[in-house]
Design a protein around this ligand. Structure first.
Ligand SMILES: Nc1ncnc2c1ncn2[C@@H]1O[C@H](COP(=O)(O)OP(=O)(O)OP(=O)(O)O)[C@@H](O)[C@H]1O
Length: 247
């Protein structure tokens, strides 16, 4: 197992009498795309919340390499290398694309330097330049984030997550609500991101899941029903019955 593998072990979380995530274990290999699928209410969002730190488990653990992040709140977990893209809710619509990115990149600075004006933070500025280039946002740098198209806003949000140099990037349905063209562009972007970071997705679009994922985890009624390569999972009779049959 690689040093940076994300290890999910026996994660369990109940809400009252309902066990939303029930003894779930799997590994997320570095620089691969792992996608969590399952019918509505299967526990996908709860699982994501447990991994990103938005929720704490009743039992079980989350480790990134040798580091146990199970009890860390989201901000600390982000500094430890696990970042989550919250659709477009992290954007400041009244600021420009460049300003949004500079704010996100400031998290790279030590706490002491975080009080510096963004323009004086060299590391943040270098990171912003790199990301603007990588995401092809050069022409949009001075545009207000609120004026971008929905697809562009989603891309900016992903770019902001990358600005703090995570090891693991978690995304909930990154192409939701996008046109066919934007979906294709975003899929290509996600593929390219996985050259450098570990990508975890929750996705409902099965075509996209099969096309994009290296590893698929199938959730059903809070439990992990199966995980493996996309074809292996698709051909699994239990998965067929629980998910594909009625999807
Ligand atoms: N904060 C909460 N309080 C009570 N019950 C919850 C809470 N969050 C989730 N649940 C319940 O836990 C179960 C799993 O929900 P979860 O949102 O994780 O599923 P999901 O697979 O993400 O579903 P969807 O695809 O519809 O988003 C559901 O029965 C849901 O109603």
């Amino acid at each position: 197992m690689s040093a940076n593998t994300l290890q999910i072990r026996n994660l369990t979380r109940a809400f009252g009498g309902l066990v939303a995530v029930d003894d779930v274990s799997f590994d997320v290999a570095p620089r691969r795309i792992t996608t969590v699928i399952g019918p509505n209410g299967a526990g996908k969002s709860t699982l994501f919340n447990l991994i990103s730190g938005a929720l704490l488990p009743d039992s079980g653990s989350v480790r990134l390499g040798a580091l146990d992040v199970t009890a860390m709140p989201p901000q600390r977990r982000q500094r430890a290398g696990i970042a989550r893209s919250f659709q477009i809710t992290n954007l400041f619509f009244g600021l420009t694309v460049g300003e949004n990115l500079r704010l996100a990149a400031q998290a790279l600075e030590s706490r002491r330097h975080m009080v510096l004006p963004v323009g004086r933070s060299r590391r943040a500025l270098a990171k912003v330049d790199e990301i603007i280039y990588r995401f092809g946002l050069g022409e949009k740098v001075r545009e207000l984030a609120g004026n971008l198209s929905h697809g562009e806003q989603r891309r900016l949000e992903i770019a902001m997550c990358l600005a703090c140099e995570p090891q693991v990037l978690m995304m909930d349905e990154p192409t939701q609500g996008m046109s066919h063209h934007d979906t294709q562009d975003t899929a290509e972007l996600v593929r390219s991101l996985a050259r450098d970071v570990t990508v975890m997705l929750v996705e409902h679009d099965i075509g996209l899941v099969m096309d994009l994922s290296d590893h698929v985890v199938v959730m059903h009624q809070g439990r992990k029903l199966a995980d493996g390569a996309p074809r292996e999972v698709r051909d699994n009779p239990a998965v067929q019955a629980a998910y594909f049959g009625n999807h």
